[in-house]
Design a binder for this molecule. Structure first.
Ligand SMILES: Cc1cc2nc3c(=O)[nH]c(=O)nc-3n(C[C@H](O)[C@H](O)[C@H](O)COP(=O)(O)OP(=O)(O)OC[C@H]3O[C@@H](n4cnc5c(N)ncnc54)[C@H](O)[C@@H]3O)c2cc1C
Length: 381
C-alpha cells in the first residue's frame, strides 16, 4: 500500500456511465489518485459492447417500493437536477420536460417526490392505462453527458488507459502501466473498483453469471418540436413504449425488453413495431405541417429517422452489486480491496450518482479497516 502521506492508487475498470460517475465521485475525495482502464470510451464509435451510448435516457425511477434503490435514484436525480439547471455545469447535456407515465398494469410507481407530480385519472389516462402520473423530469443526451463526465474526470487530474482486462489480477499485479506500455507500474494498486457493465459476466476474477443482457431496440428521429416525454408500460408483459426528446432536437423512440437476446443490430420488423406504438402513444411525432392536413402515418415518420440500433442493458439477478472482496496484492503487498458497482440494468443513468456514493463509502471503509488475519468474510453486499 502507498505510504500514509502519498495518495492511494485507485483503478476503476469501465468507462460507461457507471464507471465514469464512480471515478468522478472518487476523485472528489481526498487522498486518491484515480485511473480508469476501459476497452471502450464514450467518444469511440458506438458498439454493442458499450451500453451507455444506446440509452434514451430519462430519469423515471423503477424503484417503486424498493427503499434502497429509491434512495439511490433520488440522490442521482438531485445531482442531475443541479447539473441541468440553467447555467449549471452540464446544462447542455439535459432537457427538463413534462413527463406523462401511463401504466397498463395499474401499478403505483411511487414517484410523488418528483417535481410537479400529479396522479392521473379518468379521461387523462391514455391507451387503456389503469393508472398514471405526470411530473417534471429530465432527459439525458447520452453522448454529450458521458463525454462531459470523461472531460470532467480528465480535467481534474484523472488518468485514462485503454485496455481489455482479461482478469482483475492483471491490474492488481501489473497496474495501469501494463495496458499502456506492457510493463508493470512501479507503484502498487491500492484498490480496484469494478464497473464493467455486462462485461462482469466474462471478466476473470468476477465472472458473475447472474449478469445477463436485456436487449433494448430504439429508433432515433429528428423531431425538435417534441418538448415532452411519454411512456406506456406493462411490467409483467415486458411492454415499454416511450418517447424521449433530447436537448439537441433528436427524439428516442422505444422500445423492447428482451431477456438474454444477444442479437446486436436492429431488426427491421421491430423498428416498424416501435414506430407504430410510438405514433399511437404520441401522434404529435408527425411533423406539424403534415398534421395540419390530418393524422399522419408511420410513413410520415420514416423520413425523420436518423438511426436504428439496440443496446444490452446489464441486468443482474438480485440487483446492482455493491460490495467488496479482498484479493491478494502483488508480492509483499498483502490484501487489496476490490469494490463492485455493476448490474444497473435499465437504470444506469438514473442510479449512477447514488450507487457511486455507496461504492465510494465502501472503498473508504475498506481502506480504513483492512481485514485482520482470519476475519475475512468474502463479500460485504
Ligand atoms: C435501449 C436502452 C434504453 C435505456 N434507457 C435508460 C434510461 O432511460 N434511463 C437510465 O437510467 N438507463 C437507461 N438504460 C440503461 C443504461 O444504459 C445502463 O444501465 C448503463 O448504460 C450501464 O452502464 P455501465 O457503465 O454499467 O455499462 P457500459 O456502458 O456497458 O460500460 C461498460 C464499460 O466497461 C468496460 N469494460 C467491460 N469489460 C471490460 C474489460 N474486461 N476490460 C476493460 N474494460 C471493460 C467497457 O469497455 C465500458 O467502458 C437504457 C439502456 C438501453 C439499452
Amino acid at each position: 500500500m502507498s505510504s500514509e502521506s502519498s495518495p492511494r492508487n485507485i483503478v476503476v475498470i469501465g468507462a460507461g456511465v457507471v464507471g465514469l460517475t464512480t471515478a468522478v465521485k472518487l476523485q472528489e475525495q481526498t487522498g486518491y489518485r484515480v485511473t480508469i482502464i476501459a476497452e471502450t470510451f464514450p467518444t469511440d464509435p458506438k458498439t454493442i459492447k458499450y451500453t451507455s451510448l444506446w440509452a434514451g435516457a430519462h430519469h423515471v425511477s423503477h424503484a417503486a417500493e424498493d427503499a434502497k434503490m429509491m434512495a439511490i435514484d433520488r440522490e442521482s436525480f438531485e445531482v442531475m437536477w443541479e447539473l441541468s439547471a440553467p447555467g449549471g455545469a452540464a446544462e447542455h447535456c439535459f432537457l427538463r420536460i413534462p413527463q406523462a407515465d401511463y401504466c397498463l398494469d395499474g401499478r403505483n410507481e411511487c414517484l410523488d417526490w418528483m417535481p410537479d407530480f400529479k396522479q392521473l385519472s379518468g379521461d387523462a389516462l391514455l391507451g387503456g392505462a389503469i393508472s398514471g402520473s405526470s411530473f417534471t423530469t429530465l432527459t439525458i443526451d447520452t453522448p454529450a453527458y458521458t463525454a462531459y463526465l470523461l472531460a470532467r474526470f480528465i480535467s481534474r487530474g484523472g488518468t485514462i488507459v485503454r485496455g481489455a482486462v482479461q482478469h482483475i489480477s492483471q491490474v492488481i499485479e501489473g497496474g495501469p502501466n501494463l495496458f499502456r506500455s506492457g510493463k508493470s507500474s512501479s507503484e502498487p494498486v491500492d484498490a480496484l473498483v469494478v464497473c464493467p457493465g455486462l462485461g462482469a459476466r466474462t471478466l476473470g476474477g468476477v465472472e458473475d453469471k447472474d449478469v445477463y443482457p436485456v436487449r433494448g431496440q430504439i429508433v432515433i428521429i429528428r423531431a425538435p418540436w417534441i418538448d415532452f416525454g411519454r411512456t406506456i408500460s406493462h411490467v409483467e408483459q415486458g411492454l415499454w413504449t416511450y418517447v424521449i426528446p433530447r436537448r439537441c432536437g433528436d427524439v428516442i423512440l422505444g422500445g423492447t425488453k428482451q431477456d438474454n437476446d444477444w442479437y446486436p443490430i436492429a431488426r427491421p420488423e421491430t423498428t416498424t413495431d416501435i414506430l407504430q406504438r410510438c405514433l399511437a402513444l404520441c401522434p404529435e411525432l408527425v411533423p406539424p405541417s403534415i398534421r395540419a392536413q390530418g393524422p399522419g402515418t408511420v410513413d410520415d415518420l420514416r423520413p425523420l429517422i436518423l438511426e436504428e440500433g439496440c443496446g444490452f442493458r446489464p441486468q443482474r439477478k438480485g440487483g446492482i452489486r455493491l460490495g467488496v472482496e479482498w484479493v491478494k496484492g502483488r508480492g509483499g503487498q498483502g490484501l487489496v480491496p476490490v469494490v463492485f458497482n455493476y448490474g444497473h440494468g435499465g437504470g444506469g443513468y438514473q442510479s449512477s450518482w447514488g450507487s457511486a456514493t455507496i461504492a465510494s463509502d465502501i472503498l473508504a471503509n475498506s481502506l480504513a479497516n483492512p481485514p485482520t488475519p482470519g476475519s475475512l468474510t468474502a463479500s460485504a453486499e
